[in-house]
Design a binder for this molecule. Structure first.
Ligand code: NAP
Ligand code: F7E
Length: 326
């Protein structure tokens, strides 16, 4: 059988690195799109960088011709659009740039596929942030969107342009509505990794306090390694469609702190300081997803659950701080 080629935008990010690993394990040729930077930021993919089936190609979601050229040169069977400005607070300070990357960037890539290789199968990284001020609990594929940040608004655009290109041009375009997913490779500014890293540092005597915002917000947190399997499964179906990917469990930031600090034998209340700097202009209070459609059609279910995920992250942070490796 002919080897399949997959293009991943955002391969240097958390999900891109797990997806590249997964597709390489399935014997894909993986083209990882990277943007030009003055210093190399390949930390998350350095363990696979010399893999014979991985090739890095320069491109940027802001640049239409680079998108066209990558698709023309590599003729991908599957395209996974994971690149985005993905940090919600930054979307208030850089709303226009967030729209350019996270919203219009999707159209640039879809246009490249439509003009150059319309039979490529396309995955769009949509987000539970689209549900924002939730209109239904738990959230499903049919739940109306009510985004609460420029990031959420940009993702709603990316979602609907994906649906629109599927309906207008008959592209095999899928949107995965993924709830929060984390790992030891999560950016340190996101709350899970901020908390697990701080718990490890405090345990080792390298930090005393942890400044956080809203401890009451609730998220449905899963493991990134599980979620990239769902992305691949969506593109293996007979028909393109949209799927919620989540664990169907929700926990507060306070519970996250309790689990992380308990892992290192500490009480979070002795170290956490509420800091208004980390409060958001508009909050998403509660997210919990219903992954029933993904379960029945894709046969997907999460393997790693909340406590195991947080403990895995604390253990990895402790190991890294003792002896840096990733
Ligand atoms: P991430 O770690 O922030 O990675 C984002 C990636 O996008 C990085 O590789 C980054 O490159 C790249 N990128 C940003 N702007 C770009 C541009 N203009 N051109 C090309 N590449 C660009 O994000 P993640 O957590 O892996 O998430 C992957 C995708 O899923 C994102 O679209 C995110 O919005 C979405 N999502 C994430 C979650 C979650 O909980 N993780 C949930 C739902 C949806 P650099 O390394 O050069 O910065
Ligand atoms: O915040 C609260 C904060 O930044 C989670 C992205 O991957 O998932 C992610 O977006 C919650 C919020 O993730 C701090 O107010 C309290 O309620 O880890 P986060 P997010 O905003 O949910 C979605 C699905 C995506 O698509 C996004 O790309 O935690 N919180 N104190 C804090 N959050 C942060 N970052 N820092 C704090 O100090």
């Amino acid at each position: 059988m002919k080897q399949k080629t997959a293009l991943i935008t955002g391969v240097t990010g958390q999900d891109g690195s797990y997806l590249a690993e997964y597709l390489l394990s399935l014997d894909y040729k993986v083209i990882g799109m990277v943007r030009r930077t003055s210093t190399i930021n390949f930390d998350r993919i350095k363990h696979i960088q010399s893999h014979v089936n991985l090739e890095l190609a320069q491109g940027d979601l802001l640049d239409q011709s680079s998108m066209m050229e990558i698709v023309r040169e590599h003729q991908p069977d599957e395209v996974y659009n994971l690149a985005a400005q993905s940090f919600v607070p930054t979307s208030w300070t850089q709303p226009v740039l967030t729209g350019e990357f996270t919203a219009i960037g999707v159209t640039r890539l879809l246009e490249a596929i439509r003009h150059v290789k319309p039979d490529s199968r396309f995955y769009q990284a949509s987000s539970s942030e689209m549900f924002g001020k939730v209109q239904e609990v738990p959230q499903r594929e049919t739940t109306p969107f009510y985004p609460r940040s420029p990031y959420g608004v940009a993702k709603v655009y990316g979602h609907w342009i994906t649906v629109n290109y599927r309906e207008s041009y008959n592209l095999f375009a899928c949107s995965g509505i993924l709830f929060n997913h984390e790992s030891p490779r999560r950016g340190l500014e996101f709350v899970t990794h901020k908390v697990t890293h701080a718990a490890a540092k405090i345990k080792l005597g390298l930090q005393k306090e942890l400044h956080l915002g809203n401890l009451d917000s609730q998220r449905d947190w899963g493991f990134a390694g599980d979620y990239v399997r769902a992305m691949w499964l969506m593109l293996q179906q007979a028909k393109p469609d949209d799927y919620v990917i989540s664990t169907n469990e929700t926990h507060t930031v306070r519970e996250l702190c309790a689990v992380a600090f308990a892992r290192v034998g500490l009480n979070f209340e002795d170290h956490v300081v509420i800091d208004p700097k980390f409060q958001r202009p508009a909050e998403v209070d509660l997210l919990i997803g219903d992954p029933a459609k993904a379960g029945s059609i894709l046969g997907w279910e999460p393997q790693v659950h909340f406590r195991q995920l947080i403990e895995m992250m604390v253990d990895a942070d402790l190991a890294d701080l003792r002896e840096p490796r990733r």
